[in-house]
Ligand binder design. Sequence first.
Ligand code: 6PG
Length: 237
Amino acid sequence: MEVKIYKDKQEVAEQFSNYFAKMVNGKEIFHVALSGGSTPKLIFDVLALEYGTKIDWTKIHFYWGDERCVPPTDNQSNYKMTVDHLFSKIDTPSENIHRILGENDPLGEAMRYSNLLEINLDRIEGVPQFDLVILGMGDDGHTASIFPREIDLWNAQEHCIVATHPDSGQKRVSINGSVINTAKAVTFLVTGSGKAEKVDEIHNRKENYAQYPASLVNPKSGNLIWFMDEAAAEALI
Ligand code: 6PG
């Protein structure tokens, strides 16, 4: 695991964009699972601004690690957030965008997406393998949409599962722990002081850190990088 700590969110965005551009450079095809929430907004803005014309977007296929079960036009939609901050600014073929259909029945969509991943991606011991999975971490230590209260979903048999947000009750479709840990590379994008406590507990293995799904991210490839700003990583500096 590698920890990269930068001054602020802007620098995290610039450095991650740099890393992403290098990763996709020269690849004939690249399958990436995006994270949602608010952290990616600035990251995607910078990626589009700095690399919008430098990356061959026709080689990149976009998926999501999780999606809220809402329509694609809903402000809660991770897909909509990505359109607003990335796809509206770059020239990516629509057939390269594989969104989770948040408007559909959650269980049926989890099954559909599981099958899509099996069809589109190489499989390692039966598990679809992404070239890159980008993750965020909630203030409660969740990642993708696997929350501490439903940590058993991490080891679900199905590649994609239906989760429930602990506060809002909102249904989510999420990839499971096996898909995450089978990826060739995994990056966390974690910024802001709200994450500092869980970053401290997880990275310094404090108290019951293993109860946090983010602590279970440990790709077999060994390629795990945490991109953080100083505010989130204050306990590690
Ligand atoms: C989502 C996610 C989720 C997110 C964390 C961090 O759909 O919300 O993908 O795992 O990455 O909750 O969210 P913020 O970036 O908003 O802090």
